[in-house]
Design a protein around this ligand. Structure first.
Ligand SMILES: [Zn+2]
Length: 615
């Protein structure tokens, strides 16, 4: 694919949760909870208000059309600020300082005064109906592969609630995540290839992790990607959690836009047309074998003239134009749609398809879309699908889409209008003083890795892992005394191997690794013992003595002593209990550091006494 020929423009927006003690506008902890720990819940609806200029936001309007109920899970670690029953407190200074540090690392200009704004959010993920956000810095850059990628803005924001589930007409959110501080970093649309998009996101992620103060794990960093091509439109893809598929996402979106443009050209050639009429076809499917249609209290249809074959056309791997329409139906709480390009099928027979075509007066080159369910929901969804079908004659709609795990995307909502921000009057502005600006920037993970690789002659890839903020202190603590290669093996290679073998390595913490490394450093275990200790520690919390005892199972010691006493029968009968000393030496050579010496002495003395009694 020649990306320069299609004028590909990509901008990335990264959202990274900060690992601060408190939330951004209250003193609640930034700790995530299990949903079943929730003590109670409440619910809200979204209502549409016109702006001061009398305008309605198109994304907000569509959400109100969906008329969903939002349910919120409340915890003993959340407060009235998250519930929007109490005004926000002053902005968390720890988060602001971290933001300044990151802004410096991105070569940005920091504002003189921080103003908190309200950004309209219409999916219910914020109890207030808006997200609080504050522009902290602007106009910076990073170098990626010798290219300079501009950084447009850095904002400090509050994280939204976590969506737990979505059922017909209802969305459940968890408030534990609401209000965790985020940095939002937006690049300029300087990126012009899928590969560069991925590399830029990785670089930004590395810079953020270098602070050692960002949350780790799935969902703590998310990328939104803005993509457009010549003749296409700006499409925003939200919530990419796996940076490794970012190139694929860009690639697939380019393919989608190119195919939508092909569909446009074909529709124009065919003189296609969308009828703004919704037909009630419930009666046709009274006795159908399709359970969905038979059970539905309403089945409705729209006719798309000249669309035959195009609804079934693949526009992304495994996704067709019909799938795009089905996405819209799903956002209205329906299961999806049927269309004539894929019928007869799904229990709908040829006769029913004929009657359907007849009912809406469709001809051979036409397509018919049907949806089933609650009458209001179905007609609203079909109204929206008619709009979308009309847009096929224009090309690519500006919209917000959701990233799927395979790199494809699904329709989420129209791109919101631009008038989405207004001041948050409950939070006073914050002067960014000289003192705040004095915060120093940390060593970058990549720099540290280059240093390790040189100082300890590790491979760069391994050095890069040792340089991560959650590892490097331990590495530096033991690299000299235990050896860099062995330390890296215990901190990374062994755990990876054990994870593949099914051990829950995630349960090991810094103290576990420190314990193993200390035992090796003090010569209490051989380096070969590390693997076994790590295995044991994934299953049980044990102290040093207990571990040394466990290292060699008791049975082995007992067997060893029994065999030894048998073998040295002569010595024992000659010297009696005084044979203990030389025999103890033999056992200790074998079990030193693995079994407590007192235990060995006790067992050996017992075995010798037993032998003497026999004689
Ligand atoms: Zn709170």
């Amino acid at each position: 694919m020649d990306y320069s020929g299609i004028e590909l423009k990509v901008g990335i927006e990264i959202h990274q949760q900060l690992d601060t003690k408190h939330k951004l506008f209250c003193n609640c902890p930034t700790r995530l909870r299990e949903v079943d720990e929730s003590s109670f819940e409440f619910s809200r609806y979204l209502r549409l208000k016109k702006s001061e200029l009398g305008e309605e936001d198109r994304a907000a309007k569509e959400e109100v059309m969906r008329s969903r109920k939002f349910r919120y899970k409340f915890y003993d670690s959340t407060c009235l600020v998250e519930a929007d029953e109490e005004p926000p407190r002053e902005i968390n200074i720890e988060a602001v300082l971290l933001g300044i540090q990151i802004a410096k690392m991105l070569n940005m200009d920091v504002v003189d005064e921080l103003h908190v704004m309200r950004k309209i959010v219409i999916d219910g993920s914020n109890t207030t109906g808006f997200q609080r956000t504050a522009l902290l810095a602007f106009d910076g850059y990073i170098e990626v592969d010798g290219r300079r990628i501009g950084i447009a803005t850095l904002c400090i924001e509050e994280e939204a609630s976590k969506r737990i589930k979505e059922e017909e007409g209802e969305v459940v959110y968890s408030l534990d995540r609401l209000g965790i501080p985020l940095v939002e970093i937006g690049t300029y649309p300087d990126i012009d290839s899928p590969e560069l998009a991925k590399k830029t996101a990785k670089k930004l992620g590395m810079i953020l992790r270098s602070t050692g103060k960002v949350k780790r794990g799935l969902g703590t960093i998310r990328q939104d990607v803005n993509i457009s091509i010549k003749g296409g439109a700006r499409v925003e893809i939200k919530g990419v959690q796996d940076v490794d598929i970012l190139d694929k996402i860009v690639e697939y979106e380019v393919v989608r836009q190119i195919n939508l443009l092909k569909i446009r050209d074909e529709l124009k050639r065919r003189n296609g047309r969308v009828l703004r009429e919704i037909f009630d076809v419930t009666s046709i499917f009274k006795n159908t074998s399709s359970r969905i249609l038979r059970k539905a209290n309403s089945v409705m249809a729209v006719k798309l003239e000249g669309f035959a074959g195009l609804l079934g056309m693949e526009i992304q791997p495994g996704r067709r134009l019909g799938t795009e329409f089905a996405d819209i139906a799903r956002t209205f709480g329906l299961g999806g749609i049927f269309h004539t390009d894929e019928l007869p099928a799904y229990g709908i027979n040829a006769e029913e398809v004929d009657r359907l075509m007849e009912e809406v007066r469709a001809e051979n080159g036409d397509a018919v879309v049907i949806a089933a369910g609650d009458k209001n929901r179905v007609s609203r969804a079909l109204e929206r699908i008619i709009e979308r079908a009309e847009y096929c004659f224009v090309g690519v709609p500006e919209e917000t889409r959701r990233a799927n795990e395979d790199g494809t995307t699904s329709y989420l909502r129209p791109l919101p209008g631009s008038a989405r921000m207004y001041p948050e009057t409950d939070v006073p502005p914050l002067r960014i003083t000289k003192e705040l600006m004095e915060i120093e920037i940390p060593e970058l993970i990549e720099e540290r890795a280059r240093r390790y690789s040189k100082e300890y002659s590790l491979s760069y890839d391994l050095a890069l892992i040792m340089a991560e903020p959650n590892i490097y202190r331990l590495f530096e603590e033991f690299a000299d005394s235990v050896g860099a290669a062995l330390t890296a093996k215990i901190l990374h290679l062994l755990p990876s191997q054990l994870r593949k073998e099914g051990y829950s390595v995630e349960s090991l913490d810094e103290n576990d690794y420190r314990l193993v490394l200390t035992l090796i450093k003090d010569g209490k275990i051989a380096k070969e013992g590390a693997e076994e200790i790590l295995k044991i520690l994934t299953q049980e919390r044990l102290d040093e003595d207990e571990i040394l005892r466990r290292l060699s199972p008791k049975k082995d010691l007992d067997d060893f002593i029994r065999e030894l006493v048998e073998e040295k029968e002569e010595l024992i009968s000659e010297r009696g209990i005084h044979a203990f000393k030389p025999l103890m030496g033999i056992v200790m050579r074998e079990f030193r550091g693995k079994v407590d010496g007192k235990v060995i002495a006790e067992k050996l003395r017992g075995a010798i006494e037993e032998k003497l009694k026999e004689a």
